[in-house]
Design a protein around this ligand. Structure first.
Ligand code: ASP
Length: 322
C-alpha cells in the first residue's frame, strides 16, 4: 500500500514538472482588480500584449472591480497555483493591508511575486467648470467649500483614495468622497460634471488633460512629466514634499511552480524592453521599471517595505474599511 502511495506521489510530482515545463499550453488570465477603461486596465493590456509575444499564448484581461481592488486580489490569492491566473495590482495592495480589518488573504503569503512593472505619477484634476484656477486656489476653495465639494476615487485602498486622503490631510479639509469600481467610470462622471475633483494616474488622465476635457492642477511626481510639460508639481505649487508614485506589480497564486514563475518573469522583462511598450508608456507619463526590479525578489522586498511604510501613516490617519 505504502509503495503504491509513494509511486502515485512520484507520478504526481513528475506530472507537475511536465506541466510546468510545457507552460503555457493555453490562455492566461490577468485579473485587474478595477473596472475596465481605467489606468490599471491600460497598464495591464499593454503588458499583456508584450508578454503574449514571448509566451505564444493569448492573455485575457479580466476586470474584477470593487472594494478598492481587494475583491480582485482575493480572487487570485484563492486561485489554482498553476500560473494561468495572474494579478496586476498597484500600491493599493500594500495600503489595503492596513486599511482593511477583515481581508481574506495575506498579500505576502498567499501570492507569489513575479516582478515590479511600472511607476506612474498622479495628477489632480477636476470637472471642466470647477472654479479654482491653480493649486493655491484649489486648496483655499476646497477648505472654504468642504460641505459642498465631492471627491471621486476608486474605493478605499485605491491609488486615487490614497492621493485624496494625503491631499485632504495636507490642506486639513474633509470632504464628501464618492467611490467607484475604478477611475475609468469615475472619469466619465468627472467629465460630465457629476463629481468635482479627483487625483488619478497619468495613464488615465494624460489624454483627457491634453484634450481639455478636464482641468488639471498638479502632478504628484518630484519632477514634471515630459508628456505634460506645462503641469507644475505639487511641490513647486506650495505643497512641499507632496509626492505619490503608483508602483505596479505582477503576481501569481502562492504555490505556483518556480519554473512557471521564471517563464512569466522572462516574459514580463521582455515586455518591458519592447520599444512599443516603452513608447506608449512614455506618452502616458509612466516609466517601466529597470530590469533588476522586474524580478520576484525585488517585488517581494518592495511589497514588504511598502506595507511597513504605509502602516503607521494609515494608523495615524485613522482611516479604516471593513
Ligand atoms: N487603479 C484604479 C483603476 O484602474 C484607480 C485607482 O487606483 O485609483 O481604476
Amino acid at each position: 500500500m505504502l509503495k503504491r502511495l509513494f509511486a502515485a506521489g512520484a507520478m504526481l510530482a513528475f506530472a507537475t514538472t511536465c506541466v510546468a515545463q510545457d507552460f503555457p499550453t493555453h490562455a492566461i488570465t490577468i485579473v485587474v482588480p478595477f473596472a475596465a477603461g481605467g489606468p490599471t486596465d491600460t497598464v495591464t493590456r499593454l503588458i499583456a500584449q508584450g508578454m503574449t509575444k514571448s509566451l505564444g499564448q493569448t492573455i485575457i484581461v479580466e476586470n474584477v472591480g470593487g472594494a478598492g481592488g481587494t475583491i480582485g486580489v482575493e480572487k487570485v490569492a484563492h486561485s489554482r497555483p498553476d500560473g494561468y491566473t495572474l494579478l496586476l495590482m498597484h500600491i493599493g495592495i500594500a495600503t489595503s493591508a492596513s486599511l482593511y480589518r477583515n481581508l481574506r488573504y495575506d498579500a505576502q503569503t498567499d501570492l507569489d511575486p513575479i516582478g515590479l512593472v511600472i511607476d506612474v505619477p498622479m495628477t489632480m484634476i477636476a470637472k471642466p467648470s470647477f472654479a479654482p484656477k491653480d493649486v493655491k486656489d484649489l486648496n483655499a476653495y476646497v477648505k472654504a467649500n468642504k460641505d459642498k465639494v465631492t471627491y471621486a476615487h476608486a474605493g478605499v485602498g485605491s491609488a486615487s483614495h490614497l492621493c485624496g486622503m494625503l491631499y485632504l490631510s495636507a490642506i486639513q479639509a474633509d470632504v464628501t468622497t464618492v467611490p467607484y469600481k475604478g477611475t475609468g467610470p469615475a472619469m466619465t462622471d468627472l467629465i460630465g460634471g457629476q463629481v468635482d475633483f479627483m487625483c488619478d494616474q497619468t495613464t488615465n488622465t494624460t489624454q483627457q488633460i491634453r484634450a481639455g476635457k478636464v482641468k488639471a492642477y498638479a502632478v504628484t511626481s518630484p519632477k514634471r512629466v515630459a508628456s505634460l510639460p506645462d503641469l507644475p508639481t505639487f511641490d513647486e505649487s506650495g505643497l512641499k514634499g507632496f509626492e505619490v508614485t503608483v508602483w505596479h506589480g505582477l503576481w501569481a497564486t502562492h504555490g505556483t511552480p518556480k519554473s512557471v514563475i521564471d517563464k512569466l518573469d522572462a516574459a514580463l522583462q521582455a515586455a518591458l524592453r519592447d520599444p512599443a511598450t516603452i513608447a506608449r508608456f512614455a506618452e502616458l507619463g509612466g516609466e517601466p521599471v529597470a530590469q533588476n526590479r522586474a524580478t520576484p525578489d525585488a517585488l517581494r522586498a518592495h511589497l514588504k517595505s511598502e506595507i511597513e511604510k504605509w502602516s503607521p501613516i494609515i494608523k495615524k490617519a485613522g482611516v479604516y474599511a471593513d
